[in-house]
Design a protein around this ligand. Structure first.
Ligand code: ADP
Length: 497
């Protein structure tokens, strides 16, 4: 087998990155490039697909150049990506017919209302694991077919192709020869039947989406094809792909049922491995395909928090209370507690398990003694409370407790946060050395496909603990704090209705 390294392409919402890994899971080289965010109207978000493709090539070449490596040094490429973002392009020319409609874009809210009124939420949820929402690709794709002149007819005639971002990248990397998606990405389109692993005819029919424009859905770890020689000089195998959150679950080596990872980024994402079961959620959590590997499909329950680390950004940029995110750790420790203060960062409503778009943020329980450190501490604590809410919803749905709670994301660097998180969930929190779990997960999936790593045991032995945080808070105090949090949340619900 040729190739000393695995290359991960990490195509995120604001930047394209390339990270090169060695067999021990160590980063050997990294390159990153931001790209334009396009806001044509209030609530609309777009990207230029050609800019994504050119930027991704640039960072890949730069990452190779930095270590004087070439295509021959790469055993395989793995891809991870912002999920749900929708691209439609011409099969013959590769030209996008419209900008990429980004997952955040709310332009199809009305169509989603209509679908819900038609009573489609429950049947579609049964099939796709998702709730009807503009986030997911289906209504974005329908919008493009409805609004770009002639698009639907061209699509019917087989002249247009649809893809989420990994599909777009693989198609371009292979010089237009391979049109595939992986199961984890397919499961975010709201067109994919996650039980039968195929595109759903009924959904396609309702939205008038021609099947012939959809990619073939494949396992997440598999040789999809080789890069065109024009890309890196000589061909490189493309060995895997997964959506960013699922890739992170894989990168965290959460291979067993009941193991979860929690990401503290701008928003927060918790996924728990539910094995081969699709757990029906009573708390409006989503079912998603974690990955397809070795002829098996693994499912996950997913919940998200809209504002997690973003509340720390708000302390810095909105309030001017801090000058850097990192200093919050020390500031929070300067006080014993928040003196009864709670920050509910419902700036854009609340996600699972509340699902209230009309909730608005609040700083509550203030007394004359409350100062800067109390507020900073309340912001960090709110990140932990929100994760507790997700975790509780998940355990409720699964009927048993999460067995392993691993963390990553930018704010997982904060020790105070993780100590408090352990206290609030009443069980240990594990932080790995490598918190770049998303790209690492993509690298692992690709490496497994070409035998660079033999099996998940190899990967598990790469997972290295940086620190374990153990709970120390008395149970009574924990209950008291959680009660306070829930009283505060209660008061923010439906505020702007
Ligand atoms: P994303 O990939 O979602 O853009 P990152 O995983 O890079 O975000 O995390 C960045 C977020 O984490 C920011 O919202 C920032 O405020 C927060 N953050 C970064 N470092 C810290 C820290 N030491 N303590 C608390 N929050 C932090």
């Amino acid at each position: 087998m040729k190739g000393k390294y695995i290359m991960a392409l990490d195509q995120g919402t604001t930047s394209s990155r390339c990270i090169i890994y060695d067999r021990s899971g160590r980063q050997i080289s990294i390159a990153q490039k931001e790209f334009r965010q396009i806001y044509p109207e209030d609530g609309w978000v777009e990207h230029d697909p050609l800019e994504i493709w050119s930027g991704q090539q640039e960072v890949a070449r730069e990452a190779l150049r930095k270590i004087f490596a070439s295509a021959e040094d790469i055993a395989a490429i793995g891809i991870t990506n912002q999920r749900e973002t929708t691209i439609v392009w011409e099969k013959d020319t590769g030209r996008p017919v419209y900008n990429a409609i980004v997952w955040q874009c709310r332009r199809t809210a009305r169509l989603c209302d209509e679908l819900r009124r038609e009573g489609l939420e429950e049947p579609w949820r049964q099939k796709t694991g998702l709730l009807i929402d503009p986030y997911f690709s289906a209504t974005k794709l329908a919008w493009i077919l409805d609004h770009v002149p002639g698009a639907r007819q061209k699509a019917r005639d087989g002249q247009l192709l649809f893809g989420t971002v990994e599909t777009w990248l693989i198609w371009n990397l292979t010089g237009g020869r391979v049109h595939v998606t992986d199961y984890s990405n397919a499961s975010r389109t709201m067109m994919f039947n996650i039980h039968q692993l195929c595109w759903d005819q009924e959904i396609l029919q309702r939205l008038d989406i021609p099947l012939c424009m959809l990619p073939e859905a494949r396992p997440s770890s598999q040789i999809y094809g080789e890069t065109d020689s024009a890309v890196f000089g000589s061909p490189v195998i493309i060995g895997g792909a997964a959506g960013d959150q699922q890739a992170a679950l894989f990168g965290q080596a959460c291979f067993r049922e009941g193991e979860a990872k929690n990401t503290y980024g701008t928003g927060g994402f918790m996924l728990v491995n539910t094995g081969d079961k699709i757990v029906k959620s009573k708390n409006r959590l989503l079912n998603t395909i974690a990955w397809g590997l070795d002829g098996k499909v693994t499912y996950a329950l997913e919940g998200s928090v809209f504002v997690s680390g973003a509340s720390i950004q708000w302390l810095r940029d909105g309030l001017g209370l801090i000058s850097s995110a990192a200093e919050t750790d020390e500031l929070a420790r300067q006080v014993e507690d928040t003196a009864g203060t709670y920050l509910v960062p419902a700036f854009t409503g609340l996600g699972a398990p509340w699902w209230d778009p009309y909730a608005r943020g609040a700083l509550m329980g203030l007394t004359r003694g409350a100062g800067r450190c109390h507020i900073v501490r309340a912001a960090l604590e709110s990140m932990a409370y929100q994760s507790w809410d997700l975790m509780k919803a998940m355990s409720d749905d699964m009927g048993y407790d999460i067995s392993m709670f691993r963390v990553d994301g930018g704010a997982a660097a904060n020790n105070f946060l993780l100590e408090f998180q352990a206290d609030i969930i009443g069980q240990p929190v594990y932080r790995p050395v490598c918190i770049e779990t998303t790209s690492l997960g993509a690298a692992y999936l690709a490496g497994l496909a070409v035998g660079y790593w033999r099996n998940t045991e190899d990967i598990l032995s790469n997972w290295q603990l940086d620190r374990r945080f153990d709970p120390r808070m008395p149970e009574l105090r924990r209950q008291e704090l959680l009660e306070g949090w829930h009283r505060a949340v209660e008061r923010t619900l439906r505020f702007s209705e």
